[in-house]
Design a protein around this ligand. Sequence first.
Ligand SMILES: [Zn+2]
Length: 418
Amino acid sequence: MKTIEVNGRRYGWMRESLVVVCVDGCEYDYLTEAARAGVAPFIGRMLGTSAFRGDCVVPSFTNPNNLSIVTGAPPSVHGICGNYFYDREADAEVMMNDPKYLRAGTILAAFADAGASVAVVTAKDKLRKLLGHRMKGICFSSEKAAEATAAENGIEDVVKLVGMPVPSVYSAQLSEFVFAAGVKLLETRRPDLIYLSTTDYIQHKFAPGTEGANRFYAMMDRYLARMDAMGAAIALTADHGMNAKTKPDGSPNVIYLQDTIDGWIGAGQSRVILPITDPYVVHHGALGSFATIYIGPALRETVAAKLRGIEGIEVVLGNADACRRFELPPDRVGDLVVVSTKHVVLGTSAARHDLSGLDAPLRSHGGISEQVVPLLFNRPVTGMDAGKRLRNFDILDIALNHLEARETKREMREGTAS
Ligand SMILES: [Zn+2]
């Protein structure tokens, strides 16, 4: 069997079209609750076929995890450890969504180079350039679908192909467009490998099992069932989980780190960076459970010790310990890393967060508490090392090296006809 090697791991060639789906913010319970409510029968079948829990990358944010999934490696290898970081050399706070920050090739690009037809569809355009870096093939976002050109995106007339108007960037339809595009690409071009990545707009607003969440998963279920019916292998995972981050009265449960530290040692002595920061902050107010702090060696230990004493702080680590534990690139992480507990988020200064756009109680991610994510397949899995810690970035390894062939699947489906 033909194989390719990427970032030290070996992947078998697709035997049939493979669709890998990264459902943004998909806490495991979203799937089980939707299946239990009877609105997601196909997901229910996947849960009964091959379903695992694995760990995502911390910080449990979108970009580090999407890049881990498509490189099969942690951020210490691919370099993307947030949406936003402080560039020490340039002395500037900058977005990390430019492909120049990527330090490893993707599995997608490697397959395309080896002759596979590959297609990538993302909800937001911020991820498109990273995921499609140096990749021959189709790569576009729902957000900028109307602007897709053959030269830039490997495809044109996307809106006509998908048959859906371009949705608002803050909507469930932005993700629906991704699934609809996946179905149309399978129907019309049958790529060997499709990577679909949604947005967590719904997950930020609705808890598992609520009507708003179940409506989203019912929609997703219909598209996945169609791809399955077309004979595609399907592998589903998530970039991170999602938890309520509120006080009992429903207000955001925030520790404003910059204000707190300035109160101890004075302003201008430290710099708090929130790697969740990006241009689309309406639904979370740039509040997540992970922060990194730039601070001189003289005050570092004092501040770390004081932070450890605050209720709601789960972990405070120095750069080396944090990068070892979470597999992060040390040059893009501050002197301290702070992770808050399950229902607590970290801010900089209260004045720097605009929470006026929060129209629902805050739900967010970023911490260790959002690390558990699902890995689901529509085929039985064989030959996996049962003792190994499973990661979301093992999804392509499992899908390409450990899935049983389709024939076995047919027998199984006949046995569990719905
Ligand atoms: Zn995400």
